[in-house]
Design a protein around this ligand. Structure first.
Ligand SMILES: C=C(O[C@@H]1C=C(C(=O)O)C=C[C@H]1O)C(=O)O
Ligand SMILES: NC(=O)CC[C@H](N)C(=O)O
Length: 802
């Protein structure tokens, strides 16, 4: 049969001086790489893309009419299996278009598999999954591969189009397909298997690729060429049949999730409670002398009082200082309740029912209304919030927050949801302290800035002068207290009862993760387990109050870390030695994310060079690459095409007790060019970076390095496999600066407690884990979890037992 398709006729420019003239529909299967594809399409082809999620309804129930708006469709990658209708959703409708309704289609990975399946090719499991692996594939050098022979691409699949499994009856429909690229998979030391990597339909304008052209490790220029080749053929098809698209609808994203929420009244109460916060931050500077952030906190914060100390990227330590205008907030996802606590005067408490979306709206409103426009140029924080967001808060921000984990197609039974440790109280999901006064130490220059947004603090002889005077004196930290601190801590720790994760149990959970990876449900799962330490509560009130702080000081000494922190917020105490940046943003336009993945324990014989060698294995590189691509997607969702840049990819660095692999991705906020996940948020037009920072948190939590990819599906499975709430572990801690900036660390290598039973015992919880990929070994992962656990767990061992 003569092909209907035209041949390459040179590329037709799609962008006019007035912007993109052509439009493409992208069908999003809730993958964590979707916005990488969309951005690549917009950047490479100069087209306008509409994103439609697989569970959407066709507008007006009329697919054909709707598709007339578009030049072509791209079917994206995603978790799951194309044999399951729910995993491909509306992709299935598209294959049933009548011949007169045809338009060009390009499937990527899941989209490719869906195309093959519809034409009779069984989609089955690979002998072993290929997630995050970079391989050379051979091509036909024709059609979409014109000018491209072998290319190196990233693979993210565990299923494949098995041409060998075709029955006789299927062969004729498969005849309509022409396979254009192959990967030779090693089955064992002698046998190899050819896996189809690209396809085109002989009569219809359908193409597909099994690999991920948008991955940052796929050959960039070759993949751009591939898309351009496809686009030229797609336009040529439309021209030949005289098909003219109407142009995209105004909606840029079509999804069943309605995010509209009414503005919460409590935002006005928050504003009222912040009335003493002025739009200027007055400040005084001095050189730190003997002072450290810790001794400053001891001098200004009474033991047990609401306090946060947070160090950002090894550079700035921010210490909250109480003021008559201090208040704090707590939010519970389960109860959908916000509680405000005034910390001085008549100590009012206000409670309000609030959805998670309303909470973000309230925070954005307050940060915008209380914007501070001047302050010390040497300080990244002028006033605002210090505190944390939990992992479960992050889960509640995902598109399907209520859905519980679905069982996979795998035959393995889900792991029993047993929690062997003691019963623990859930901490609030958000806890933030409103700070008008703070002291910031620049650990690099030694500069100390005392600052306040309370207008009266600047008057002669008032708080700023008093503070300067105090700081100009000697630091009160005296070395001789170290010994008594040690004895004090040990007297409590000696009576501690530790509950470790069970090795067998952890390894069973690893097997459960493997089953999901093999089923195509996830590409990587960050499995974690909890260790808890039950400690007696000191009898004296003063000892009770000071214990968490002294524990923090011990941790800070034992495991100094770039993003360490301490928080005492209501019942919650946090001691953190986090090495990992989740999100930092400045006051102008830059967002930065630095996911870590790949960890090697530091021992006397482990050098950085050796660690680099270990971490350059396919397993470790794949682990990090998957998260690097996920973070790019998260940031493209905010910053849009052209707005994201990978600064560092898979770099190995020294982090004290471990070597880690890190990737550094930067994004630029351009209010006139928002990314897909924020286009409908009206505040996105704002020039206030505090708004963009909050929106980025809302869209990008929980941290991808703690979930795996694709994020949402992986979280659902982890919920079943882990069978517990992670709480503050895997969440983020940091500050929201009224000047516009912000900095948040991933909550790892930390311990927290939320004990209501203050009189009897305190239960400290430490999470630890690691990314499970198809190349993981149960023993290796168990050891990796223990390595991470030790970085903080060791401070709970009495010193005399070490
Ligand atoms: C899960 C933890 O760490 C995460 C997992 C890492 C890994 O798999 O190598 C590295 C850093 C973190 O993103 C932990 O510390 O508990
Ligand atoms: N990246 C993808 O689209 C993966 C498709 C499918 N879930 C697989 O694992 O094979």
């Amino acid at each position: 049969m003569a092909p209907l398709l035209g041949d390459w006729d040179g590329s037709t420019p799609s962008t006019t001086p007035n912007g993109p003239s052509k439009s493409v529909l992208y069908v999003d299967a809730y993958d964590s790489f979707s916005y990488n594809v969309v951005s690549m399409l917009e950047e490479t082809l100069g087209v306008k893309v509409t994103v439609m999620t697989i569970d959407s309804e066709w507008p007006d129930g009329n697919m054909h009419e709707f598709l007339r708006h578009y030049e072509a469709i791209v079917l994206g990658p995603g978790p799951g299996n194309p044999n399951l209708p729910k995993d491909v959703g509306i992709m299935r409708d598209i294959w049933n278009l009548q011949d007169t309704e045809l338009l060009p289609i390009f499937g990527i990975c899941l989209g490719f598999q869906s195309l093959c399946l519809h034409h009779g090719v069984p989609i089955e499991r690979l002998p072993y999954p290929l997630h995050g692996q970079v391989h050379r594939i051979s091509t036909s050098s024709s059609d979409i591969f014109r000018g491209l022979s072998d290319i190196e691409v990233t693979l993210y699949h565990s299923l494949y189009a098995n041409l060998d499994a075709l029955s006789h009856s299927q062969v004729s429909s498969v005849d309509e397909l022409d396979f254009l690229a192959w990967f030779s998979l090693e089955k064992d030391s002698v046998r190899r298997k050819r896996i189809p990597m690209a396809v085109r339909h002989r009569q219809k304008p359908f193409w597909g690729v099994q690999f991920h052209p948008e991955s940052c490790k796929s050959e960039k220029e070759a993949c751009k060429q591939l898309l351009q080749n496809w686009w030229a053929m797609a336009l040529s098809f439309n021209k030949i049949i005289g098909r003219e698209a109407y142009g995209a609808l105004p909606e840029t994203i079509i999804t069943p999730h309605d995010e509209t929420s009414t503005f919460p009244d409590i935002a006005y109460d928050m504003l009222r409670w912040s009335s003493s916060t002025s739009p200027a931050s007055a400040h005084r500077s001095l050189q730190r002398g003997d002072w450290t952030a810790e001794t400053i906190s001891e001098a200004f914060n009474k033991p047990g009082s609401p306090t946060v100390v947070f160090q950002s990227d090894n550079r700035f330590s921010i210490v909250s200082i109480p003021s008559p205008g201090s208040w704090r907030l707590e939010y519970s996802v389960e109860q959908q309740k916000l509680t405000l606590y005034q910390l001085s005067g008549d100590c009012q408490i206000l409670e309000k029912s609030l959805t998670v979306a309303q909470l973000w709206d309230a925070l954005r409103y307050l940060m915008d209304m209380k914007k501070v426009s001047s302050g010390s140029i040497d300080s990244p924080f002028w006033g605002g919030f210090l505190g944390y967001f939990s992992y479960e808060l992050g889960l509640s921000c995902l598109p399907h927050p209520k859905e519980s984990a679905q069982t996979s197609t795998s035959s393995d039974p889900p792991v029993e949801n047993s929690s062997s440790g003691p019963h623990v109280e859930d901490p609030p999901d958000v806890s933030l302290l409103w700070c008008e006064r703070s002291i910031v130490v620049d650990n690099k220059t030694g500069n100390v800035v005392a600052q306040s947004t309370r207008a009266s603090d600047e008057f002669a002889g008032k708080w700023l002068d008093e503070t300067l005077q105090l700081l100009n004196g000697q630091s009160q930290s005296v070395k001789s207290t170290e010994k008594s601190d040690l004895e004090f801590l040990d007297s409590i720790l000696r009576r501690g009862v530790i509950s470790f994760p069970e090795e067998m149990d952890y390894k069973e959970r690893i097997a459960a993760c493997d089953a999901e990876l093999e089923a195509g449900e996830s590409y990587e799962l960050c499995l974690t387990a909890e260790t808890s330490i039950t400690l007696p509560v000191p009898a004296a009130e003063s000892d009770r109050a000071v214990f968490p702080w002294k524990l923090y000081r011990r941790l800070k000494k034992y495991n100094p870390a770039r993003y360490s922190g301490f928080a005492n917020l209501g019942l919650v105490k946090i001691v953190s030695s986090s090495p990992e940046c989740f999100l930092d943003w400045d006051r102008k336009s830059t967002l930065e994310m630095k996911p870590m993945k790949g960890t090697v324990r530091k021992t006397p014989d482990m050098t950085l060079a050796q660690a680099k060698e270990i971490l350059s294995s396919t397993k470790e590189m794949a682990e990090n690459l998957m998260i690097a691509d996920l973070i790019r997607h998260d940031l493209y969702g905010i910053c849009g095409p052209g707005g994201v840049h990978v600064e560092k990819l898979l770099a190995v660095e020294d982090y004290g007790h471990v070597y880690s692999m890190i990737t550094h991705v930067k994004g630029k906020i351009r209010p006139d060019q928002p990314g897909y996940s924020v286009r409908h948020i009206p505040q996105f037009k704002s020039t206030n970076m505090a708004i963009h920072g909050l929106t980025t948190l809302q869209r990008c939590l929980p941290p991808g390095s703690m979930t795996g990819a694709p994020k949402e599906r992986s979280c659902m499975h982890l919920k079943t496999i882990e069978g517990r709430k992670r709480g503050i572990y895997s969440g983020v801690m940091g500050y929201l600066d009224l000047g516009g900036g912000g900095s948040f660390a991933v909550m790892i290598r930390m311990a927290f407690t939320c004990s209501t039973d203050q009189e009897k015992e305190q239960i400290w919880r430490i999470g630890a884990g690691g990314a499970i990929t198809t190349l993981s070994t149960p023993e290796g992962e168990w050891q990796e979890m223990l390595t991470k656990l030790r970085t903080v767990g060791n401070i709970f061992a009495p010193f005399d037992s070490q």
